[in-house]
Write a protein that binds this ligand. Structure first.
Ligand SMILES: Nc1ncnc2c1ncn2[C@@H]1O[C@H](COP(=O)(O)OP(=O)(O)O)[C@@H](O)[C@H]1O
Ligand SMILES: [Mg+2]
Length: 249
């Protein structure tokens, strides 16, 4: 679960020149940040993190929170001491560089196109344990680049030194790009946006990801009443063992 972030708190300037937009960096003690620790723990359990692991974050449509969750989850892993890399594999509408205020002159697309070596596309951040590869210049042939053997060797070799590699990605129901790379990943996490993702969207996404290891679904943008429901549920489970049924997805 990831609750809806209050508008006034999302994307602010930290005042020291760096614009750190991911909320987890701004509010380390918030319930939103807490939900990323829970998500991180669930991923660790389902992937049994003892060797380099790749996790693809995706969803059915645009605007459901893929980039937001990828960035915040990557920070959460880095904060927990994992050598983490966040990769923007949405080559059509790249956004990760904006989250971290990075240049996107060269990135994954340029590497796959054999224009640059991998070392030149890795950004190190002032966040310990976290590196970022941006998407690079928007190519005309993203599906072809992502299905090339160079993408396979990128995942196997370039990411080998990292303990956690998180891929932000394009919407599964709109373009083939994410379906193409999904079988290369150890795990795939699907974001569902509370109130906007429809059941039929999720069904279509599941079909497209049938060759991938889908490890779970994350509900994003919970409204306040849903959020307090979950806070209540969390607390009541903790303190008084009261239980309730889940709300509809
Ligand atoms: N939990 C959240 N609370 C509030 N706003 C959110 C949340 N998750 C995403 N957003 C906002 O919704 C918009 C779309 O999110 P984004 O992560 O870019 O989606 P996607 O990558 O799936 O297109 C962005 O403006 C983002 O800031
Ligand atoms: Mg995005």
């Amino acid at each position: 679960m990831a609750k809806r972030i209050p508008k006034e708190l999302y994307k602010t300037d930290t005042g020291d020149g760096a614009i750190f937009q991911p909320y987890v960096l701004q509010k380390p003690n918030s319930t939103f940040t807490e939900s990323f620790k829970i998500l991180r723990t669930n991923v660790q359990f389902s992937l049994k993190l003892s060797q380099p692991k790749t996790l693809l974050i995706t969803s059915s449509n645009a605007g459901e929170g893929k980039t937001t969750i990828s960035a915040n989850l990557a920070i959460s892993f880095a904060n927990a001491g994992f050598k983490t890399i966040l990769i923007d594999s949405d080559l059509r509408v790249p956004m990760v560089h904006k989250e971290f205020n990075l240049k996107n002159e060269k990135g994954l697309s340029n590497y796959l196109n054999e224009e640059v070596e991998w070392k030149s596309i890795v950004h190190t951040l002032p966040v310990e344990n976290l590196s970022v590869i941006t998407a690079g210049l928007i190519p005309p042939n993203s599906a072809e680049l992502l299905s090339s053997p160079r993408m396979g060797s990128f995942v196997k070799e370039v990411l080998a030194p990292y303990q956690m590699a998180i891929f932000d990605s394009a919407p599964v129901n709109l373009v083939a790009d994410t379906q193409i790379i999904s079988p290369l990943m150890d795990g795939v996490m699907v974001i569902v946006s509370s109130g906007s993702t429809r059941k039929i969207d999720i069904q279509k996404t599941r079909e497209s990801l049938q060759y991938a290891n889908v490890i779970g679904y994350v509900m994003n943008m919970l409204f306040k009443n849903a959020e307090s429901y979950y806070q209540y549920r969390y607390k009541s489970n903790y303190y008084s063992k009261k239980t309730s049924s889940h709300p509809d997805v």
